[in-house]
Structure formats: C-alpha cells, structure tokens
Design a protein around this ligand. Sequence first.
Ligand SMILES: [Zn+2]
Length: 205
Amino acid sequence: MLMKSVSLSLLNLFLLVSPLLAEENSKSSPSAPTMTQPQISLSDEEWKKRLTEEQYRVTRTAGTERPYGKIYEEFEKQGEGTYYCLCCGVELFTSKEKFHSGCGWPSFYDASTAKNVLERADHSHGMVRIETLCKRCGAHLGHVFDGESVSANTPTKRRFCINGVALHYVPKGGEAPKLLELGSSAVEKKKEAVAKEAGVSVSKP
Ligand SMILES: [Zn+2]
C-alpha cells in the first residue's frame, strides 16, 4: 500500500513537471536556433524600413512571387556565384546546386555547404509542404519538394523552389554582402524604445 502511494505520488509529480519540461524544451538555445527565435530578430517596422514592399511580403509574411518574373529571368542567366539571404546576408545557396526545373522559380537541389537553410512543415493553404527559411533571420525562402520527375536527375532528387526576391546574388569573385549584425542601429534603436517604454533611461554615447 505504501509502495503504491509512493509510485502514485511520483506519477503525479511527473505529470506536474512534464508540461514544464516540455515548455523548457520548446525554448530555443542560442546554439540551436529555431524559427521561434532566430538569431537576428527585428520588428516588422524595422524590416519594412529595410525592404521593399515585395521583399517584405515574400520574406516576412511567407508570400510567393509571381513565377517567370523578371527576377527569374535574371536568375536563369546568372553564372557561377553565391546566393545570400536578402534580409541578413548569410550564405544560402550557390550556383553549384542550381538546376533548371522549368517551374518558373529559382530551383536548387540542395542548400550550400554553409547549411543556413532550415526546413519545417507547412500546413497552409490546405497542403502539406516543407517550408524553407533562413536559419539566421527566419526569412521565408520558399518550399522544398521531394521525389518529383523534374529533380530525378539531381544528386538529391529534391527541388528547393525559392523566391528569387529572397536571394542576393553575388557573381564568383564578388564581395559577399555585409551580415546584418545584432548590434546594428536598428536593433539598438529597438532596445532603446523598449527601455523607454519600461521607464528606464538609456544614456546616449
Ligand atoms: Zn537571413
């Protein structure tokens, strides 16, 4: 009887603690960024200031650019080079992984070796798809599709269907874009605004 009550109270304790543990696990640590907490996080207002309307719509609100647009035409003509995140400047793809799928959007069979492309399940629009995002800033890039006929001849048999507007192309030998840093003026201003709201004075240098 005693054993039973002990095990029951242990069970109760576990049930009490497990939701707390689950909550703790869902919080991301700096070494393993998830999309709920990207390394670079700006307010919508800050992104709007930095991006054009179309860039903002696609990258920050999971929009989709029109297929076979001007950006796609340019993409098809581009030679060797690297594709960086338009929002934060991190490397995402290179021309090595690029292939012609004919779908009307820039296509790659894999992310670059820099491994800055995250994948997560997307159940929007009544479909089950895999969304691709920038690991560093959470920018929506597009989706990735497996086992289609158009990617059958690629090494991975995958098609990263990417919005060209989310990419910043630099030809081989060109200078990589500057990474958007946490200490950028935009972030500092945001901190200042938050501190102001909280009634804390921020001394200016
Ligand atoms: Zn990014």
